[in-house]
Design a protein around this ligand. Structure first.
Ligand code: TRP
Ligand code: SF4
Length: 404
């Protein structure tokens, strides 16, 4: 692990609305598994977020949390490397949410595009609640609490990241001021020590004059890795990079990773709300059966009609699962009507089933041991709380909620 983890920290979460599917696996989890070896990672199950839309019936919540946790572990998230926890086990999320709610203009929340969209999409539910409006703010608290460098999320979450960044900026602006900031910051630069001082100055200039974010990143890392300066000086130096004042809550960046398009059985994006999913650990026979009737190129009605792979969701799955020679066989066979859709699906079904079997096998030990699962999330919550408390301490101090 890097010697200055805090400058290379990652945080992300999912809502426990049920067992995860192949869209979650290829769209997020596989990426997280890679990231856990490159960054200090926090991955959590956002159970409070599940309540924002599912408050009426909470009877399945514990079971859903358990399933998602098993999916995390089956995918290869390693609790010895990454911190894996459940949101509600770390009540600090709620405290930061409350404090941030004081400075969040209602208009910011009302303008988040997912607010109206989701209300529209979930018309059967009454989502004119305080909690639902506050969804992006709770998410902002989740994020800012850990002061991560990056938050890996899909396109659909970008607007939530944007509000998290705005709230951080507003918080720093309101509570990060101090008299003589510039003078104190300059003294802090000096206390970095000869070579580090001049590197810091150089990087700061490059960021401020040319907007070079790489320099900003490097300067932040330089500050974090310095163990001789005080916490207060660290915050000054971080804030001084961007000019304003003390940075108590750094602005996180979105980490948009290239992930494949994962179509569902009906050809639309695989999504729980469309009911078109293949579960990560679903029964293999059921999966094979579902895939045999999966939507294909709608223009290919008869076996003798040539098809267009680009218009077929099955082809998108081949792009994820099949090797070059199989793909070539599919591509040519489809366009010339040389193969039928069932022929085409056969090797794909084999691959998907093979993957699901691997996931099921890995899940087994966790399914059999509730105690193992409990230990993982207890330890995860302990580690998460430690990081969360450090932030909250500074937040409380900055807001004069502490006497010392
Ligand atoms: N809103 C996210 C989703 O629906 C889940 C989430 C909650 C999250 N808190 C977060 C994601 C913090 C990233 C960071 O997918
Ligand atoms: Fe889709 Fe394959 Fe059928 Fe072509 S042959 S339409 S790619 S399922």
């Amino acid at each position: 692990m890097s010697s200055n983890p805090q400058s290379r920290r990652i945080l992300s979460g999912v809502r426990p609305t049920g067992a995860l599917h192949l869209g979650n696996y290829h769209g997020a989890l596989r990426n997280w598994v890679e990231l856990q070896y490159q960054y200090e990672c926090f991955f959590f199950i956002a159970d409070w977020h599940a309540l924002t839309t599912g408050y009426e019936d909470t009877s399945k919540l514990q079971e859903n949390i358990r399933q998602v946790l098993i999916d995390f572990l089956a995918a290869g998230l390693n609790p010895g490397v990454a911190t894996i926890f459940v949101q509600s086990h770390v009540p600090e999320h709620a405290e930061l949410h409350l404090l941030l709610s004081m400075i969040t203009p209602l208009g910011w929340l009302e303008r988040v595009p997912t607010y109206k969209d989701q209300q529209e999409a979930l018309k059967e539910k009454d989502l004119a609640t305080y909690g639902f409006l506050g969804y992006p703010l709770l998410q902002s608290a989740d994020i800012l609490l850990y002061r991560p460098t990056y938050v890996p999320v899909g396109e659909d979450q970008v607007s939530h990241l944007e509000i998290a960044r705005e709230i951080a900026r507003r918080f720093n602006h309101l509570y990060g001021r101090e008299p003589d900031f510039e003078i104190k910051a300059e003294l802090a630069v000096k206390s970095l020590g000869g070579k580090n001082s001049s590197t810091y100055r150089q990087l700061r200039r490059r960021y401020q004059e040319a907007g070079d974010t790489e320099s900003l990143e490097r300067a932040r890392a330089l500050v974090h890795s310095n163990n001789r300066i005080t916490v207060a000086d660290k915050e000054r130096l971080l804030g001084y990079l961007e000019g304003s004042g003390v940075t108590i809550l750094p602005e996180p960046q979105v980490l948009l990773t290239e992930t494949p398009k994962v179509p569902g059985l009906d050809g639309r994006k695989m999504s729980k709300s469309y009911g078109n999913t293949i579960g990560m650990r679903e029964d293999p026979d059921a999966v094979a059966q579902k895939m045999r009737t999966m939507q294909t190129d709608p223009a290919r009605v008869r076996r003798t009609d040539p098809g267009t792979p680009e218009k077929c969701p099955v082809w998108d799955l081949h792009k994820i699962y099949s090797d070059d020679s199989t793909r070539e066989w599919v591509y040519n066979g489809c366009r010339t009507a040389g193969i039928g859709c069932l022929d085409c699906k056969k090797p794909l079904i084999d691959k998907v089933v093979e993957e699901i079997n691997t996931l099921r096998k890995r899940a087994q030990e966790f399914e059999e041991s509730p105690e193992l699962l409990r230990n993982i999330v207890t330890e995860g919550a302990d580690k998460a709380r430690e990081a969360a408390r450090a932030t909250l301490d500074e937040v409380r101090r900055a807001m004069n909620l502490r006497a010392d």
